[in-house]
Structures are given as structure tokens and as C-alpha cells.
Design a protein around this ligand. Structure first.
Ligand SMILES: Cc1cc2nc3c(=O)[nH]c(=O)nc-3n(C[C@H](O)[C@H](O)[C@H](O)COP(=O)(O)OP(=O)(O)OC[C@H]3O[C@@H](n4cnc5c(N)ncnc54)[C@H](O)[C@@H]3O)c2cc1C
Length: 693
């Protein structure tokens, strides 16, 4: 990137104003339920969540004539609107030069294993359409003079399928989709949190009939918690990822997702063992990933101990200054931690080293005013002494400046600007950072139309468990757009959301409210604060990038005990506004037990290191080496190839988390469509597989 861009253009890419929401439509009635006057809203479909995925679903449904409403905990909160990396990427088909091969792209998307092959193809083949429709809505994706989209290489992407509108790409996606939703007249209900899914029927006949909310706008003296009933036969969970699960997290504040909500409703979850972790600044300050040019500028990384003494810790890991500097650079496009990259002096040794420093109570910093210090006994840092790939990249980028800050200024001035907006001047002072949790690859188990196992409940975006062990950078945003569109197509084809639901679900709703209130007890010793501290510390310390069987199973016992205590004693809350957090932390405690149950099961069954986590084992086949020799305590197990072919499914049965495995769905790459043969299935709607609905 050239620095020759006027400031106002850079500002417009960084400060993205969101549209004003229309006034809320009033409730269609009220009911006295469990002693409370509860407003009743009715809709054909309720989309829970207003991130990029939920808004896509809502827009696509409204355009097909469905009666859809969007409800959101925080309209412009969540990950799409508030998070980023130095470029937030959108993974799309590579049309920049010679086009793409969707089958090859699908293979790249599922290359980490434990991913349904048909889903990967759906995401690949859908991506061109997603990009084009976002451009149609006004998303300013960069082009060359002939209309080709500018692209670059990102994580798990050998071809260069990433594109970006700068640091706020996903916020810009939310903006254009929200503008469209407002233009189409989609009703929004803000500060409205889904707290309980209501179902009727048994076995395969069990289906959604509505959803209970807690709404700031509906709090009254008679209804102090603002409980509201939304009656609808169809819901789309688009509530994002469980960012609050970990203490060390680069998610924006207040991301709870819907794993606990779904478990309580009997919905099956999948791939909960798979997440992403990587370096970034934490959400206590300004949460941002330090990928791309932040590390490609090759700043000096060091730690400071409790006595204020500085440590050049990376110098103890790599054998030469060249190796150290080149691996810091590679974090730019090998951003997520990956166990195998700890081997052969690879780039994930950087994550391990930072993780160890932090665990030892040291603070870790990136200094853009210093080049990396030399590895003891080796030559000093020099731009001419870098691995070939790194030297070539920096040469091509014209980043030959002496200091990291000047290289960063040259390659990506927005990177500096962005932190300045949050009162952090990385040109003047070092930046504190850590290894953080960033993404949940698992989630609600869905089919190729986004359907969960609960009839009427769909999931899209990070709420859905559509990713496997790895995902190319930008694949999350693409998946949200593709599946947002697919659920809309499916719901519309079913005809079930054309009109607001008219059912009388008083008995079910009343039972749901009684259950909800039963868990909120002002006298409980368990508070939102204590549960948060307990869950987050356990997840970050026992289920982060470094795990072993003993500590995971210990963590699972603690998580089970916490949930038993919550069932016995409930959760205390102070003001009405705090009650919703009480429910969300109950859900989070459950989600944490589900993740640990799946992880414990995986490790017990010989599960090895893959994606987010290294599974350490004294008998493990892989041993990371550092300059002084082997790191025996981080000897880790290899992944078992058979585990790539299956997924772990989790559901709640009574109070117990129940596990099973299922093979990945397959996709026949040799199958060809044939127009005359396949057209009738499209014309008659057979492609939607609605026979059992
Ligand atoms: C630092 C960082 C960088 C990232 N970079 C990239 C990248 O470069 N490319 C990429 O593809 N992905 C990236 N990701 C991941 C990606 O941003 C998310 O997966 C994606 O934005 C999720 O979109 P979503 O619409 O599913 O959820 P979100 O955008 O999180 O939206 C969730 C919505 O649901 C609402 N909500 C939550 N709970 C409830 C509830 N119970 N009731 C009602 N509403 C609720 C929230 O208020 C919000 O409106 C990054 C993530 C992080 C944290």
C-alpha cells in the first residue's frame, strides 16, 4: 500500500458511522404470564443478531416477501461491527486474474479436516455471488482499472483469495446490509436479548414456537426484567461467537453468542474443540489482532518482568537473528497459532514464547521504534539478512526503511492511525499484547441449508459450526454471507415465514418464564462477576493453546461443579438490567462445560494437536526445539488422521452433556450438473429438501 493517500480517505475507512435505526414497532398485544405483564410480538421469522450474517439473512428474506424482524442485544455491537485485524479480510473466489476453481477453493476451505465437504463447496461456490452482491449494496472493495478485485494472501490461503476494504471491512459490511434492511422496512428491536427458545412437540416433531427476550425498552414496574415474548415458528440464530468464554480474548466486550441458549433448547452443537488463538491487544483496552503489516514491519518483541527488567525472550527460541525476524514477519499471514508450526523453528514458536512469558507473569510488548535485538552471539538485524520469502515481500512492498515504524507507515499507515483513535500511539510507545482467543470454529450443527436439528431453528455466521479445524482468513465473513442467503432461500421456499405467527403459546411461554425466573435469585452466593471470573480464568488457563489430558479433565470437573451449583443456587443479580447478564452467564457456564467435555473426550480418544491447540503428552511424537535444545514439557501428540474425517457432536440431555461423533458429509467432486436433468428439482423446489418439514 502506498502512503500517498489523502487523510480524509483513510479516515473514512476507519471511522464508519452506522445508520439510524427506525422507531420500533409496538407489541401486537400483551399477556399476563407467571404474574408478569408480558408484551407479545409476532413475526414470521425472528433473526437473533444484527451482525453481518444476521443482517444478510434478514435482507434476503425480506426481499423474498417474508415477515422477518431483527432483534439484537446491541445493534452495532458484536464482532462484525466492532472487531478487526489490520485488514479485516473477506475470503472470496479469486477472480483477479485467471479465475478460480471452486472445487480447489472448497478443498482449501476444508483442508484442516473435520469439515463437511458439501459445506465447503457451498461456501466456495457461493462466494462470488456474495462479493458481487455486497459490491451492489455499496461495499467499497478495491478494484484495478479493469474491474478486477484486488486480492492478497492470508492465513491458510495459498492462492490469494483475500480482499479487504481496510481495517473496518466487516463493519462496512454491517453498514451496507443494515442500510438495505432499513430501506426494505425490516423492523429492528434493539437492546433485546434472546434468553430462551420455546418449543412444542416431542422427538422429531419438536419445533420452535417462539422465543423469550429481555428488553430494556419493555422494563416496567410490573415487568422489571423487561421480559418479552416473540411468537414465531422460525428463528435464525445469528448471535455470533462466545467471545466472553475466555479471559484472554480479542473479541469486543459483551459477545456471548448462543451456544448455551441452543444447548438448553436441545440443539446439537459440533466442533466445539476448534477455535482460533493468536496475538493481539486484549479487549480490556482496544481489541485488535496483530497480524498483517503490524508484524510484517518486524518490530522488536520483548517482555518486562515484575521487577521492571526487560527480557529479549525470542532470542532464546530462534537460532539466528534472521530466523527470529523472519518468523515474526510470517505471523502476518500465519496468524493463528498452529501446533505444527512450533516445529522446525516455525512461526508458532512466537506464540508459544509469548504465552509462556505471560503465564510467568511478565508483560509482553511490541516496539516499533526498535528492530529485533540480535540472537545472542549472532549478527545484528538487517533487512538484507532475512529469509528469501520475507526479503522479496518487503522489497516488493518498498519497505526498505531503517525502523519498523517507518516500514509500517509505508506499508499500512492506517495501522498506526487506528490505534491513535483509541489513544494509543504506537509510533511513540511500545504496544502491550498477548495470545488471545479470537474465533469459535464450532457451533450449532447445521446442514447445507443452515438448518439445525430443531425444526424451525436455523443458524448462520459464527453461531453456526460450519468451520473445520482451520479456516482461511476471511472465511468466517464469507460463510456468514453464504449461509445468511441460504437460510433465507430455504425459509422462503418453505413458505412458513410469509405471515406473522398467530399461534397461542401461552402455556409454553409461561412455563419458559417460570424456568427463566427460577434461575435468577437475589440471594444466591453466585454472582455474574464470580461466574465470569471462574469461567474465563479456567478456559484461558486450561483450554488455551497448550492443553494436556490431566488439566483438561480437572477443568471439566470444576466446570461441572459450577453448573451444578448454578442449578442449585441460581445466579444473583442487582438491578433489572443485570438479570440479562445473569442468564447469559448461566448459558456461558454451560457452553464452557460443553467445550471442555468435547475437548476431554477428544484427548481421551487419542486426539492430537491440530488447529488451535497443542495437546501435550510425555509420549507425544512431536518435540518443539529451541536454540538451547528440546522443550520437553511441550512435547505434543500428532493429530490422528482418522479424526480429520469426523466431528464431535454435543447435546444437553437433562443436566448431562452427551457426546457422539459423526463422519464429515462428503461431496462428490466428479459429479456434474446437467441442465435438463436437474432443472425440474429447482423448478419444483426439490432442492430445498422440504419433504419432512
Ligand atoms: C479481532 C478479530 C478479527 C477478525 N478478523 C476476521 C477477518 O479478517 N475475516 C473474517 O472472516 N473473520 C474475522 N473474524 C471473525 C469474524 O469477524 C466473525 O466471525 C464474524 O464477524 C461474526 O459475524 P456474525 O454476524 O456471526 O456475529 P457478530 O457480528 O458477532 O454479531 C452477533 C450479533 O448478535 C447479537 N447478539 C448476541 N447474542 C444475542 C442474543 N442472545 N440475543 C440477541 N442478540 C444477540 C450481537 O449484539 C450482534 O449484533 C475476526 C474476529 C475477531 C474477534
Amino acid at each position: 500500500m502506498t502512503i500517498d493517500v489523502p487523510q480524509e480517505i483513510l479516515d473514512a475507512l476507519t471511522d464508519v458511522d452506522m445508520p439510524r435505526l427506525p422507531p420500533e414497532a409496538p407489541a401486537s398485544g400483551a399477556a399476563r404470564l407467571a404474574g408478569i405483564d408480558v408484551p407479545v410480538y409476532r413475526a414470521g421469522c425472528v433473526v437473533a443478531g444484527s451482525g453481518a450474517a444476521g443482517l444478510r439473512a434478514a435482507v434476503e428474506m425480506k426481499r423474498r416477501g417474508d415477515d422477518v424482524v431483527v432483534i439484537s442485544q446491541s445493534a452495532w455491537g458484536g464482532t462484525s461491527a466492532c472487531s478487526g485485524s489490520d485488514k479485516q479480510t473477506l475470503h472470496t473466489a479469486n477472480t483477479a486474474d485467471q479465475g478460480d476453481n471452486y472445487k480447489a477453493m472448497a478443498r482449501a476451505i476444508r483442508s484442516g479436516g473435520a469439515m463437511d465437504e458439501d459445506t465447503a463447496y457451498v461456501e466456495a461456490v457461493g462466494s462470488s455471488r456474495m462479493m458481487a452482491s455486497l459490491q451492489f449494496l455499496g461495499l467499497p472493495l478495491p478494484q484495478d482499472p479493469l474491474g478486477g478485485t484486488l486480492r492478497y494472501q492470508t492465513d491458510h490461503d495459498e492462492v490469494g483469495r483475500a480482499t479487504s476494504c481496510g481495517p473496518r471491512t466487516s463493519r462496512l459490511m454491517v453498514k451496507v446490509l443494515a442500510e438495505e434492511a432499513i430501506r426494505l422496512g425490516v423492523p429492528f428491536y434493539n437492546q433485546t436479548t434472546a434468553v430462551k427458545i420455546l418449543t412444542e412437540g416431542d422427538g422429531t416433531d419438536r419445533h420452535v414456537v417462539g422465543i423469550l427476550m429481555m428488553r430494556a425498552g419493555d422494563r416496567t414496574q410490573e415487568n422489571p426484567l423487561g421480559i418479552a415474548l416473540f411468537v414465531s415458528d422460525v428463528i435464525v440464530l445469528a448471535a455470533g461467537g462466545p467471545g466472553e468464554l475466555y479471559r484472554d480474548s480479542v473479541y469486543p466486550n459483551g459477545c456471548f453468542g448462543s451456544l448455551g441458549l441452543a444447548l438448553e433448547a436441545g440443539i446439537e452443537l459440533v466442533n466445539l474443540t476448534e477455535s482460533q488463538f493468536g496475538i493481539g491487544t486484549r479487549r480490556e483496552g482496544f481489541p485488535w489482532n496483530l497480524s498483517g503489516t503490524y508484524v510484517q514491519a518486524i518490530p522488536h518483541i520483548y517482555s518486562v518482568d515484575m521487577q521492571g527488567v526487560e527480557h529479549h525472550f525470542l532470542g532464546e527460541y530462534y537460532r539466528s537473528t534472521q530466523e527470529l525476524a523472519s518468523n515474526v514477519f510470517r505471523k502476518g499471514y500465519q496468524w493463528p497459532f498452529h501446533a505444527t508450526r512450533m516445529l522446525d523453528f516455525g512461526s508458532s514458536l512466537v506464540d508459544l514464547a509469548i504465552y509462556r512469558e505471560t503465564a510467568a507473569g511478565r508483560r509482553v510488548f511490541m516496539d516499533f521504534n526498535r528492530n529485533p535485538l540480535p540472537v545472542p552471539g549472532d549478527l545484528p538485524f538487517g533487512l538484507e539478512r532475512l529469509d528469501e520469502d520475507v526479503r522479496l515481500y518487503l522489497g516488493k512492498a518498498g519497505a526498505d526503511q531503517d525502523m519498523p515504524i517507518d516500514r509500517l507507515k509505508h506499508m499500512n499507515p492506517l495501522a498506526i492511525e487506528l490505534y491513535r483513535r483509541y489513544k494509543i500511539d504506537i509510533a511513540a510507545e511500545p504496544l502491550e499484547f498477548a495470545v488471545n482467543n479470537q474465533h469459535m470454529n464450532g457451533g450449532l450443527m447445521v446442514d447445507v441449508w443452515g438448518r439445525s436439528n430443531l425444526r424451525g431453528c436455523y443458524a448462520v455466521g459464527e453461531a453456526a459450526g460450519t468451520h473445520g479445524v482451520t479456516r482461511p482468513g476471511g472465511a468466517a465473513l464469507n460463510a456468514g454471507q453464504v449461509f445468511g442467503t441460504r437460510v433465507a432461500e430455504h425459509i422462503s421456499a418453505s413458505g412458513r415465514a410469509k405471515r406473522a405467527a398467530a399461534d397461542d403459546i401461552t402455556t409454553t411461554a409461561e412455563a419458559g418464564i417460570v424456568d427463566l425466573l427460577g434461575a435468577l435469585r437475589t440471594e444466591s452466593p453466585l454472582s455474574v462477576k464470580s461466574i465470569r471470573a471462574d469461567v474465563q480464568a479456567r478456559m484461558s488457563e486450561k483450554a488455551g493453546i497448550i492443553c494436556d489430558q490431566e488439566s483438561v479433565s480437572g477443568a471439566l470437573s470444576e466446570a461441572r461443579k459450577l453448573n451444578a451449583d448454578i442449578r442449585d443456587q441460581g445466579i444473583a443479580y442487582g438491578r433489572g438490567a443485570e438479570a440479562v447478564r445473569g442468564v447469559q452467564w448461566r448459558h456461558m457456564a454451560l457452553a464452557s462445560e460443553a467445550v471442555l467435555t468435547a475437548l476431554d473426550f477428544f484427548i481421551r480418544n487419542g486426539g492430537g494437536s491440530r488447529g488451535a491447540r497443542a495437546i501435550c503428552d510425555t509420549q507425544g511424537e512431536s518435540l518443539p526445539l529451541v536454540r538451547s535444545g528440546p522443550l520437553q514439557q511441550y512435547r505434543f501428540r500428532k493429530e490422528r488422521p482418522a479424526h480429520r474425517e469426523e466431528q464431535i457432536v454435543v447435546r444437553l440431555d437433562g443436566n448431562e452433556i452427551v457426546l457422539s461423533t459423526r463422519p464429515n458429509r462428503t461431496f462428490d467432486e466428479s459429479a456434474r450438473s446437467f441442465f435438463e436433468r436437474d432443472w425440474p428439482a429447482w423448478l419444483t423446489g426439490r432442492i430445498y429438501d422440504l419433504a419432512d418439514e
